[in-house]
Design a protein around this ligand. Sequence first.
Ligand code: ATP
Length: 355
Amino acid sequence: MIHIKDLRKTYKTPKGIFEAIKKIDLKIEQGEIFGIIGPSGAGKSTLVQCINLLEKPDSGSITLNGQVLTGLSEIELRAQRRRIGMVFQSFNILSRRTVFNNVALPLEIAGVKKEVIKSRVDELLNLVGLSHLSDRYPAQISGGQKQRVGIARALACQPDVLLSDEATSALDPETTANILDLLRDINRKTGITIVMITHQMEVVKQICDRVAVLSHGAVVEVGATADIFANPQHDVTRAMVSAATESTLSEDSQEILVERLKKWVQENPGQDAAIWELHLHDSRVSDGLFAGKANDYGVRLSLLQAKVEDIKGVAVGKLYVQVQGSAQAILNAQQALSNEAGVQIQEVAYESANG
Ligand SMILES: Nc1ncnc2c1ncn2[C@@H]1O[C@H](COP(=O)(O)OP(=O)(O)OP(=O)(O)O)[C@@H](O)[C@H]1O
């Protein structure tokens, strides 16, 4: 659908040539919601500008449904731009036009007949849930509603792709979730391909089928969202996944738990006890841990705290457990769980019977 091949883009700076995009190769399939994520400065905006034809790459190509977009004349570019609907972080809607007239604008520019515009805009406002606000001005609607106008306007000319550039970054979490639900709904109803450029792993987690992780102008990892969350390979991805699935023990709870751990060891001579933080990346942990395997190693596990989410069918999160048994049994269990069950274990506290 979209094929980005060997894309490179440099900028001239007073310090010399800066490689904003070193080399990007990506294939985005028809009908999918594809996320492009990366930290600040990774090259996301540069990539968006190359895809929407506002920046000319130094080399490489971008093909949309078989049509090579790079290397077109200005007139050809103008026509091709209509095939890509853009949604922006700052909404970019016109304050002097009503909701209806904002959505109608691209159709007016394209020279579409008035009655066709009316029915098309009505249909779009219905799709984004804004029919009742069609006569309002931007100052009279909320941020989330403004973004709905932006989405309806982006879809007006029936583009092949919806390119969302940080569309939810300025919105609160609840409104973000509503806008993401709307985008997923539009994707299901119309089959349109959606490319989500974002620095928020939350966005990827909620709606993207696949994701590419960008760092320093290159794709460092690409795959199905569930796989990326379950088994992140690159440091940048790991940091982003970890931040998005964060669950930590507060200092207060940690103190209380450590006190309890000490007490337990005093009351149970010859036994050690520890608190482990387990990083859960797939369902193996439930088989490997709570289905009784821990018993095989002569330790007892009890759950202290857990934050586990289902991301496209994969359990991702963190568990805190208390583990009790002989020093050797705890060590054996730790090694077996990390080696055989692939569970990442970090020791938060350890109390030994020997003091
Ligand atoms: N016109 C320009 N001239 C020189 N350098 C630029 C220009 N535009 C971007 N850059 C540099 O290219 C790199 C990538 O920038 P870009 O804006 O594409 O990153 P980004 O991932 O979108 O970051 P952010 O999330 O902060 O917007 C940055 O180091 C930036 O300073």
